[in-house]
Each structure stands twice: as structure tokens, then as C-alpha cells.
Design a binder for this molecule. Structure first.
Ligand code: CUA
Length: 151
């Protein structure tokens, strides 16, 4: 009788470990490219860098742009950097799933509430680069855009 109990316990322990492995694989599987961290959408005003959206210079030619997506706009919706700037975008959503694609570049990521997306691009040519939401997010979806102005 005792041996049987131990076999059952061992079996349960193995099953738990197996489920933990499957769980972690699945958890990693639903991550999208560009996602590098977690953030509580309800606490964005108290969570750096999202407490201060906008552009910050990190060093010579290096910038960081923190942008919050929400229905149905980006805050901020205009980012100004000099030509040649390498800009790292920190993005998250305050509400539903949005997208972030900058036309004329390879920048294209989902913006998911609770997760931080990070993408980097060097803007060599001056001009206006439209960015827009490419995930349907409700009736105001088509109004969701902004621009990077490279001077
Ligand atoms: Cu936000 Cu579509």
C-alpha cells in the first residue's frame, strides 16, 4: 500500500513538472518579436519611461522615443529628431492591442497592453515618416497615426 502511494506521488510530481515545462514553452511561444518586458497598463503614469512620453536624447545621435498607444491615438503623435538619429522606440498600450508601423522603414510591431515593445531605427534621410496602427482596434482605428519628423 505504501509503495503505491509513493508511485502516485512520484507520478503527480512528474506531471506537475511536465505541465510547468509545457506552460513555459507556451508562455514563450505567445511572445511577439520586439517585446522585451512587462508593464502594468493601469500604472503607466507611475512607470518609467511611460510616465514621461516623448523624445529623450541618450547620447550623440542616439535617441529614445517613448510612445503610448491608446484608443485612438498615440501619445505623443509627433516625434522630432535630426537626420542620422538612431531612435529606440519604447511602446506599450493603455487599453487594447494596437500596432505600430513606420512607413518607409522596417519598423513594424504589435503594441500589446501589459507588454513593452522595443524597436530601433536609424533615420538617415530628412523627411516626414508616417506611423500608423495596423491592428484593427475599433471604430477610430483609421484615425490612429502620427509622424516622425526628421530634420
Ligand atoms: Cu489602434 Cu488600430
Amino acid at each position: 500500500l505504501y509503495e503505491k502511494r509513493w508511485m502516485v506521488l512520484t507520478g503527480v510530481a512528474l506531471a506537475v513538472m511536465f505541465l510547468a515545462i509545457v506552460g513555459s514553452v507556451f508562455g514563450a511561444g505567445i511572445q511577439v518579436p520586439g517585446v522585451y518586458g512587462q508593464v502594468n497598463p493601469a500604472r503607466l503614469p507611475n512607470t518609467p519611461p511611460f510616465d514621461q512620453p516623448g523624445v529623450r536624447q541618450l547620447g550623440p545621435g542616439r535617441y529614445e522615443a517613448t510612445v503610448i498607444a491608446h484608443i485612438w491615438a498615440y501619445s505623443p503623435n509627433e516625434i522630432r529628431v535630426p537626420a542620422g538619429a538612431t531612435v529606440t522606440f519604447n511602446l506599450t498600450s493603455r487599453d487594447v492591442i494596437h500596432g505600430f508601423r513606420i512607413e518607409g522603414t522596417n519598423v513594424n510591431t504589435m503594441v500589446i497592453p501589459g507588454q513593452i515593445a522595443r524597436v530601433t531605427h536609424t533615420f538617415k534621410k530628412p523627411g516626414t515618416y508616417l506611423f500608423l496602427c495596423h491592428e484593427y482596434c475599433g471604430v477610430g482605428h483609421q484615425n490612429m497615426f502620427g509622424r516622425v519628423i526628421v530634420e
